[in-house]
Design a protein around this ligand. Structure first.
Ligand code: ATP
Ligand code: ZN
Length: 211
């Protein structure tokens, strides 16, 4: 029996996810264009996926556990359990407006067009603030939308804010703080849960040693 772990194939969470496993003494090789890889010294098999697909794989139990950003997890709204916050991949989902705009509060957004890759979380924010706005879902380069007249404002991931700044935008309202988390499918056998417990024990030891 091996525990199947979904991690990002490439991108901002990939290196830190691999490093965490490595720090836990789990040897997983990431061959190019490989979909999966078995650890040689721990009962774990890694599946390399797009981060957007990880919540679904874990909900379905195709992967037993996964490492994904809270932003993606809450946007997809799948039924999985968070078992551990991992302390990397930190960012926030924020409303950003043109540098020259005077934002004030969420009422600024009334009647505006908002470009985002996070329509669910954006709509949730609008609902909570009683604001009506039009959401334009786009999958990438959201920060370009206001400059080309596709939208008035954006709701996008921010870490330093420099990408927004370079595109004539400014962050005005963080709506979600996010970091990478370990998620777990709802149904695990006793044996699978026991492997997960061993993994979590190692992760906690590694993170404690770093503090
Ligand atoms: P994939 O090809 O897997 O779909 P992606 O392009 O959607 O990748 P990345 O840009 O690699 O995603 O980001 C993966 C995750 O890293 C984000 O969902 C988020 O949780 C986290 N992250 C941390 N900082 C940032 C940032 N400044 N911008 C975007 N994502 C960030
Ligand atoms: Zn993605």
């Amino acid at each position: 029996m091996v525990l199947k772990l979904a991690i990002q194939k490439s991108g901002r969470l990939h290196e830190d996810s691999m490093k965490l496993l490595n720090d836990c003494g789990i040897g997983i090789k990431n061959g190019h264009n490989q979909l999966k890889s078995v650890a040689d010294n721990f009962p774990i098999e890694a599946y390399f996926l797009r981060d957007d697909d990880i919540p679904q794989y874990v909900e379905d139990g195709v992967a037993h556990i996964g490492i994904v950003g809270e932003n993606v997890l809450y946007e997809k709204n799948k039924s999985v359990d968070i078992v551990e916050k991992l302390g990397f991949g930190k960012c926030r989902l924020s409303i950003a407006v043109k540098k020259t705009d005077e934002y004030g509060d969420a009422r600024f957004l009334e009647g505006k067009k908002i470009a985002t890759s996070y329509p669910f979380l954006t709509q949730d924010f609008l609902n909570k603030n009683g604001v009506n706005a039009e959401i334009h879902e786009i999958s990438g380069s959201v920060e370009l939308a206001p400059g080309i007249g596709l939208a008035d404002v954006v709701c996008d991931l921010v870490s330093s804010g420099s990408t927004l700044f370079m595109n004539g935008l400014k962050e005005v309202e963080p709506i979600l703080q996010s970091e990478a988390v370990m998620v777990r499918t709802k149904e695990l056998t006793e044996e699978q849960q026991s492997v997960l417990n061993q993994l979590l024990f190692r992760i906690r030891s590694v993170r404690k040693a770093k503090r």
